[in-house]
Design a protein around this ligand. Structure first.
Ligand SMILES: NC(=O)c1ccc[n+]([C@@H]2O[C@H](COP(=O)([O-])OP(=O)(O)OC[C@H]3O[C@@H](n4cnc5c(N)ncnc54)[C@H](OP(=O)(O)O)[C@@H]3O)[C@@H](O)[C@H]2O)c1
Length: 333
């Protein structure tokens, strides 16, 4: 017997006159895409990429209609895969879901089993989506820095876009791993929030928007940059000898105008971080570390829960850089 619900509420994007229209609709079973696992979705989340998709501010969606939502967590309702059975708790991030394939802003979705990972036993589906793609990516940044040899005793680590979904959790995870964290934020009222997450100091974004010189005074042993553009160029110019920078985002710009000086005179490493196509084993490893290392009070502190109807307004605020922390999406309210 099919486990497809008689009602399946979803946020659907259409394109009219090159504008993206977002509308909550009831989907029929026949509307769902092909896939070997049907998931009852407990939660999804709002990430920067989702905000670009829902508002149409960025070319994220490859075809319309589209159910956005680049991540989801829930339980298996139907499975034709030997790897999953009905009732299994699962999580999905990446693989172009919410961009090329229908995603998590629905009560049920049919997906491919190869995109899923079993939910770590230490996490609920709510916690998994409080973490979401942004949190998984944060952990990948920390893993990349640590795998490159960065140790707390080498000096402070800078985090840009620090109040964002990725930035907030990078601050918390680095602090948890014993690093001295210096946060950079454009929000004047974010100092207490970032210090509670574990930052020892908070610097205004304006300090990083000044003219970039090929080499500046060296200040940082490591950095995680979520914004790109001239801010990343500035960060590179301030790295210590042998410093390491994880580049993960483009909230300010996808361009990077810099010189070779930090690389050839200070041996700086620029480390790329991708969360979309990473292999299964690395996902499982990152989720297990997140379950161990992110305290519940941090998850409570960084998250706000919204339903599908309220999502487009939150997406607009995110595009405008007004959101602090993580937005948890509950399709069942
Ligand atoms: N590589 C990957 O696999 C991957 C995965 C997830 C996300 N990302 C990328 O990582 C970035 C952050 O994602 P997110 O979900 O954390 O987004 P977010 O919640 O919107 O956070 C971005 C933060 O960047 C800062 N910011 C916004 N506009 C800015 C501007 N014009 N100039 C400088 N800073 C600005 C703001 O922080 P402050 O106000 O505190 O400065 C903002 O909160 C995005 O570009 C996203 O696409 C990449």
């Amino acid at each position: 017997m099919s486990q497809v619900n008689s009602t399946n509420k979803a946020l659907v994007l259409e394109q009219e006159d090159k504008k993206t229209i977002a509308e909550v609709r009831q989907l029929a079973a026949s509307d769902l895409p092909e896939g070997d696992v049907l998931v009852n979705i407990d939660y999804s989340s709002l990430n920067y990429k989702d905000a670009l998709a829902v508002t149409g501010a960025g070319k994220i969606v490859h075809q319309f209609p589209m159910v956005p939502g680049i991540d989801l967590a829930g339980t298996v309702a139907e499975s034709a895969s030997p790897d999953y059975k009905v009732g299994d708790a699962v999580v999905l991030t990446g693989w172009s879901v919410g961009e090329r394939f229908w995603g998590g802003y629905a009560q049920q979705m049919r997906v491919q089993s190869k995109w899923l990972v079993p939910l770590d036993k230490g996490l609920s589906s709510k916690q998994a989506m409080t973490i979401g793609t942004a949190g998984l990516t944060s952990m990948l940044c920390v893993m990349r820095l640590q795998e490159s040899g960065l140790k707390p005793k080498q000096g402070p680590v800078l985090v840009t876009g620090a109040t964002g979904g990725v930035g907030s959790l990078v601050v918390a995870l680095l602090a948890k791993n014993g690093f001295e964290v210096v946060a950079v934020s454009g929000k004047a009222d974010s100092v207490d929030y970032l210090k509670q997450l574990g930052a020892s100091e908070v610097l205004p974004r304006s300090e990083f928007e000044e003219k970039v010189r090929p080499l500046d005074k060296s200040r940082w042993a490591g950095a995680v940059d979520t914004v790109g553009g001239d801010i990343l160029a500035k960060v590179l110019s301030q790295m210590n000898y042998d410093g390491r920078v994880a580049t993960v985002g483009l909230a300010a710009s996808f361009s990077l105008n810099t010189t070779v000086m930090p690389f050839i005179l200070r041996g700086v490493d620029l480390l790329g971080v991708d969360s979309v196509m990473i292999p299964y084993e690395r996902r499982v490893q990152a989720w297990a570390r997140l379950a161990r290392e992110l305290p519940q009070e941090i998850m409570d502190q960084v998250s706000e829960e919204v339903g599908l109807e309220a999502l487009p307004a939150y997406a607009q605020n995110m595009v405008e850089g007004k959101i602090k922390g993580r937005v948890l999406v509950n399709p069942n309210i």
